[in-house]
Design a protein around this ligand. Structure first.
Ligand code: ARG
Length: 572
């Protein structure tokens, strides 16, 4: 189906084009649900005429026939009121459309999303939580839009720390090391290695030699290294399962994967005449990047000791993703502090010719997670907060909240529901914040059943489903037609019809919070409707109409939540 928004936009566009090509109308849903069109003012400027004049010409030209009526407002806004028969047609089509009006993208793009990316033998911290949750939502949204998503979990599995980590593993013995890592005790493993490295010169020497052996591809060293990697990756997989994240083991393509490409990357850069030696290191100075003293800023490709770093790996990754994965879009869901790193990577990749103009490249940056004291979220003793512990705590709280309810659920059902609620709480709190902003991790607020929370939206969905349970009999929506006489019915209907543009407005700028805003608004429209319009006690056609609005609401909430990676249980 063509969404209501698209129908209006197409018709307005045709009228705009007849006045003068080049200017576009901008449509947005107004408070009460109908639409307002912007753009007359810039069109008027373009043709050098008074806006009112142009607005009147457009009103005369636009072919809205059965779709809507139009009025001029203010200096040249166009207010559109959708006609009842068109609303009815659109809603009836919506009933039969599993995609709720969202078109399938054509052509489909290859979208490579780099997200989660924790580091081997290190705890996943809350920053990784954000990357994981936002990245997974973007993956789901892109898949739903019809694109081909390739997830890349760029885990930190390479570099100098692996010398000391491997030596520590040797000291501990493989069995004990494996036990400690598989318990998810990653940070104390890392810290112990670090402490020895700093205190013990012999250990330091062994660690250095180990790095060399690792880079040289020594078999035994590689075997020990893969124990570290495998145990950590298995632990990460557990976290993903707990959080219901779609990342699969085969999406783990860590830094080490690009190792064999690095020499070639350097050669390419050299051939392009981009490499400069500076203090013994090989660097590229992309134009436009300077430090505080206004000196050109280098991207270090190969260090003095001949080792390659984080930047070289990311350059190789860009090249690989465009050349071998045929990426049309490269998204990096990584914290805001790495912004300059990515800007420089893109700039160098473009200079090197690895990144054609038509490949969209985006650092999907996000802000910090803060503790209740508004400082970086840390435990009292200053350690990183364990992701998995937070989720367990959220589950316990949700479970306790369910204990107090008369739900008729069995104990295992309650436990399952508690995990669903906990995930919703944590994910929604993250996704509903505009991603560039910091937010305070406040479990109490996140898990509340009231307010703009994940559990509230789940509850709103379950409440709609409960109407159908109380109905008892099977109900068939095919007879429903929509007169929408009560204002609350009409507002809910307009909210439902706005699903496609809400989805698009979230996906295009990679801002999942906009989908959250839409879903919360829809839930509120439903509440107003449900307060004003009895459903089960209505009769005949009115009951069918209201049930159909309920059905569409439940579907919009559950589809919307699923795109955010949040389950919508039928009963709560
Ligand atoms: N492992 C890095 C970290 O924990 C994030 C990697 C992000 N992805 C990338 N391609 N650089 O900070």
């Amino acid at each position: 189906m063509t969404s209501t928004y698209d129908v209006l936009l197409e018709r307005l566009q045709a009228a705009f084009d007849r006045v003068a090509p080049g200017a576009d109308p901008v449509l947005r849903q107004s408070e009460r649900g109908d639409y307002q069109a912007n753009g007359v003012m810039s069109l008027a400027k373009q043709v050098g005429r008074p806006p009112r004049d142009v607005a009147e010409e457009i009103v005369g030209l636009v072919n809205l026939d059965e779709v809507a009526t139009v009025e001029i407002a203010g200096p040249g806004f166009l207010n559109l009121t959708i006609s009842p028969p068109f609303l009815n047609t659109q809603l009836r089509t919506l009933l039969g459309d599993a995609r709720l009006g969202v078109a399938v993208a054509s052509p489909a793009k290859n979208v490579v999303i780099d997200y989660s990316a924790p580091n081997v033998a290190k705890e996943m911290h809350v920053g990784h939580l954000r990357s994981t949750v936002i990245g997974d939502a973007l993956a789901r949204m892109n898949r739903f839009a019809g694109h081909h998503v390739i997830a890349r979990n760029h885990v930190g599995d390479w570099g100098t720390p692996f010398g000391m980590l491997i030596e520590h593993l040797v000291d501990l013995g493989e069995d004990e090391a494996m036990a400690s890592l598989s318990m998810g005790d990653l940070d104390s493993f890392y810290r112990a290695a670090r402490t020895k490295f700093d205190a013990d010169d012999a250990f330091k020497e062994r660690s250095r030699a180990r790095v060399v052996a690792l880079q040289a591809g020594d078999g035994e060293t590689r075997r020990l290294w893969s124990i570290l990697v495998n145990e950590s990756v298995a632990y990460f997989a557990e976290v993903y399962t707990k959080l219901d994240i779609t990342l699969a083991p085969e999406d783990v393509v860590g830094e080490s994967y690009y190792n064999d490409m690095l020499e070639d990357v350097v050669r390419d850069l050299d051939q392009a005449g981009l490499l400069v030696e500076s203090d013994g290191a090989l660097c590229v100075f992309p134009p436009g990047f300077t430090n505080r003293d206004n000196e050109p800023l280098p991207l270090i490709v190969q260090k003095r000791d001949e080792g390659f770093g984080y930047a070289a790996t990311d350059l190789a990754a860009v090249r690989d993703r465009v050349r071998n994965l045929h990426a049309d879009e490269l998204l990096y869901v990584v914290g805001a502090p790495q912004g300059q790193h990515f800007e420089m990577i893109y700039a160098v990749a473009r200079l090197a010719g690895w990144l054609p103009e038509n490949v969209r490249c985006e650092h999907v940056a996000f802000g910090n997670v803060l503790g209740p004291d508004r400082k970086m979220f840390k435990t009292r003793s200053g350690e990183t907060v364990k992701l998995i512990g937070l989720l367990d705590e959220a589950t316990e709280r949700a479970h306790a909240a369910l204990e107090g309810r008369q739900s008729g659920l069995s104990e295992p059902e309650k436990l399952h529901l508690a995990t669903q609620i906990a995930r919703a709480a944590v994910k929604y709190a993250d996704l509903s914040t505009e991603r560039q902003r910091d937010y305070i991790f406040d479990l109490e607020r996140m898990i509340a059943f009231e307010g703009d929370t994940g559990p509230y939206l789940q509850y709103a969905h379950a409440r709609v489903r409960s109407i159908f349970r109380r109905l008892g009999t099977r109900w068939d929506s095919s007879a429903a037609s929509f007169a929408l006489e009560a204002p609350a019915e009409r507002e809910l209907a307009l909210g439902l019809l706005a699903f496609p543009e809400a989805f698009e407005l979230a996906l295009a700028p990679l801002q999942p919070h906009r989908l959250c805003v839409y879903l919360f608004d829809l839930a509120q429209r439903f509440t107003s409707f449900y307060d004003a319009c009895p459903v089960l006690s209505a009769e005949g056609a009115l009951r069918d109409e209201r049930l159909a609005l309920c059905e569409l609401t439940a579907r919009a909430l559950s589809l919307g939540l699923s795109l955010l990676g949040i389950e919508a249980p039928d009963q709560m």
